[in-house]
Write a protein that binds this ligand. Structure first.
Ligand SMILES: NC(=O)c1ccc[n+]([C@@H]2O[C@H](COP(=O)([O-])OP(=O)(O)OC[C@H]3O[C@@H](n4cnc5c(N)ncnc54)[C@H](OP(=O)(O)O)[C@@H]3O)[C@@H](O)[C@H]2O)c1
Length: 164
């Protein structure tokens, strides 16, 4: 199973200036619960935005740059290579962004784990439109903002109902 994990605003916005748009500790915990113990695939910019390898997961970073190495991550030159290595490690793999990587992988994913943040924010990076002829929302749990989480948000699961 290949799952995309994303947190996006009401206009599919996901980032600005190589940073996230919100601070939602409950979503970070949800992300950790989903991905811990499984390989995660990300673009080089998302890796730089996080700033370190995430623990208890094989971190696979996609980049066209040659000859760079960093402790704790596996660097690959293409999405195909990332998927090949990830599938050798575990059958459940997670694609965690960013925009460039989502664009190129949404058509091959089986599942989307979306956090829909109830906000409309300025952004320079977006998630592709979720085509409801292809995807069906199968689960939704919503949370109201509180002293730790600055916006209302919903965890939504989409499953593929049609192959491309
Ligand atoms: N809200 C969320 O859930 C979420 C999740 C993740 C990220 N984000 C946000 O998204 C933004 C980053 O996204 P982004 O679209 O700018 O960058 P990105 O997708 O994280 O990374 C893009 C980089 O990945 C490499 N790459 C992409 N496609 C490739 C391919 N086919 N073959 C080889 N390498 C490839 C290239 O690296 P090189 O330039 O090194 O060749 C490219 O510059 C940040 O603002 C981040 O905070 C949000």
């Amino acid at each position: 199973m290949t799952t995309i994990v994303v947190a996006m605003g009401e206009k599919n916005e996901i980032g600005f200036d190589n940073k996230l748009l919100w601070h939602l500790p409950t979503d970070l915990k949800h992300f950790k619960d989903l991905t811990s113990g499984h390989p995660i695939i990300m673009g080089r910019k998302t890796y730089e935005s996080i700033g370190k390898a995430l623990p208890n997961r094989t971190n696979i970073v996609i980049s066209r740059k040659k000859n760079w190495f960093e402790e704790g991550i596996l660097i690959v030159g293409s999405i195909k290579e990332a998927l090949k290595f990830a599938k050798k490690i575990d059958e459940n793999i997670f694609i965690i962004g960013g925009g460039k990587i989502y664009e190129q992988t949404i058509d091959m994913a089986d599942k989307l784990e979306v956090t829909l943040v109830k906000a409309d924010l300025e952004a320079d990076t977006f998630f592709p439109k979720i085509d409801m002829a292809i995807w069906k929302k199968t689960e939704e749990t919503c949370h109201e903002k509180d002293e730790k989480n600055q916006y209302d948000f919903c965890f939504q699961t989409f499953e593929r109902i049609k192959t491309q």
